[in-house]
Design a protein around this ligand. Sequence first.
Ligand SMILES: *[C@@H]1O[C@H](CO)[C@@H](O)[C@H](O)[C@H]1NC(C)=O
Ligand SMILES: *[C@@H]1O[C@H](CO)[C@@H](O)[C@H](O)[C@H]1NC(C)=O
Ligand SMILES: *[C@@H]1O[C@H](CO)[C@@H](O)[C@H](O)[C@H]1NC(C)=O
Ligand SMILES: *[C@@H]1O[C@H](CO)[C@@H](O)[C@H](O)[C@H]1NC(C)=O
Ligand SMILES: *[C@@H]1O[C@H](CO)[C@@H](O)[C@H](O)[C@H]1NC(C)=O
Length: 486
Amino acid sequence: MARSTIILVLSFALTAVAPPFTKGPRANEPASDVPGASFNRIFQIWMENVDFEVAAADENMKWLAENGILLTNFYAGKPSSHPNYVGAVGGDTFGLQNDNVNNIPANVSTVVDLLDYKGISWAEYMEGIPSAGYQGSRSGNYVRKHNPLITYDSVSKNSTRLERIKSLADFDHDLSNNMLPQWAFFAPDIKNDGHDTGIGYGARWLRGWLEPLLKNDHFMNGTLVIVTFDEDGSYDKINRVYTVLLGGAIDPALRGTTDSMYFNHYSAISSVSANWDLPSLGRWDCNANIFSSVANRTNYRNTNISSYEGLWWNEANSPAMATWGQMSAGDIAGLVDVANGIHPDLPESDYVFAERLKLFPEGCKILKQGDEVCGYAISHPICYHHPPALDSLLGEIAPDADQYYIHDIAILPRFRRRGLAGKCISTLLTVARRYPTTCLVSVYETVPFWARFGFVAEPVDEVLLEKLREYGEDAKYLTRSNDLDL
Ligand SMILES: *[C@@H]1O[C@H](CO)[C@@H](O)[C@H](O)[C@H]1NC(C)=O
Ligand SMILES: *[C@@H]1O[C@H](CO)[C@@H](O)[C@H](O)[C@H]1NC(C)=O
Ligand SMILES: *[C@@H]1O[C@H](CO)[C@@H](O)[C@H](O)[C@H]1NC(C)=O
Ligand SMILES: *[C@@H]1O[C@H](CO)[C@@H](O)[C@H](O)[C@H]1NC(C)=O
Ligand SMILES: *[C@@H]1O[C@H](CO)[C@@H](O)[C@H](O)[C@H]1NC(C)=O
């Protein structure tokens, strides 16, 4: 009798002081202790949307770097947040290009299948999630798009797994009860991750939360902490993100140093596989470089990417999706935006483009990714050595036209170096075969580019020379015989 009274009192006291657990079922299984080559526990913390340089200028981010290893050559993917989160656990973005509520079929494996292979405990801690395994798109400052595992049916249709998608309050409970999993992903809410508030606010929160943990021997024991950003904050830049490795698994002698090896978000999966000798997902994780601490312990040789300029890793999931198609009138507005962005010094009016399309649709192609116009090509027949003046209407295609003319081909910088221009030019040169030669005005030092397609500079008369001057000093008149092979 006395005993049950004590239990009653105790449980009452526990309820009264208990941290705010997520409601609903949650995993209370003991944490595993599978030793790894370099770390025994990995905690990934994802912040939001900041350029490397901007994060590097923040005093709290600098403080983090002083306490760990700053990865100066680490990349995220584009074009939006959600695919990065999805990729971080699945090894691929599966072509996702949006932040919607997506569901990936149950037969698609993730890193948790790899962890389960050796019984390595895992969990997600999502700040603000209203209940364990909650599947809604938003609740307060919690957003589903920043929850990597919930998108996978292999997790969201398995109640055991769902219970491991917990809140940040559960983290405190798991920490104090020696129940921390060996693999964890943390997403602060959209205020604390800087998404809605900026780097100053986010980094202050992060340091406030992390600093005591970095002094906690139990938390730090064998732990690798990764602080990174889902993507950078600019659309016109290669997607380098500020990433710091911290924790007890880091050699104290390396605190405050940098590592310039090329890494990306898939490196977190490949490092987990190498650390615990797990299988791979068979996706982008396979060849992703492994964090140096793990590579050193497993005798793995990373391959640096020494020339990433123009690689545009941030579009890595989309080159296949930007495709050329037939231009239509509805594309003209987007086309003009691209034209103005690429050659603002050679402006042409929308009605000029629209007239070319109407007069010679076969010669007008549009490059699109989804609804976004990312490039275009305008070409049509002319009379030999008589290209039209810039920004002028043609009236008609001359009935005695005897030369093909590539008026303009432009591709946004982000979409270059993928062979997209070449594909379009081949199509245009096929149309051009009805005429003996093709000509164009080369600007911006593109002569070597056009030489690849057999175009050579040709002497021109005074009249044509005058016309060329409109295009600037470096303009060259190039022609090619259409007998040449493509
Ligand atoms: C995976 O599941 C999806 C959806 O149920 C199905 O369409 C697809 O064929 C499956 N793929 C394989 C390889 O079984
Ligand atoms: C559900 O999840 C648990 C824990 O990850 C796993 O062991 C089990 O195989 C899963 N069940 C199914 C049907 O996938
Ligand atoms: C650190 O982890 C190892 C291996 O699990 C364990 O033997 C040791 O007692 C731990 N030390 C502390 C301070 O928690
Ligand atoms: C990995 O090994 C190299 C060569 O010994 C050393 O310079 C580097 O500091 C090591 N890196 C880490 C993170 O252990
Ligand atoms: C990797 O390549 C980048 C870009 O060329 C270079 O800046 C960096 O020093 C290289 N790092 C290593 C470890 O080779």
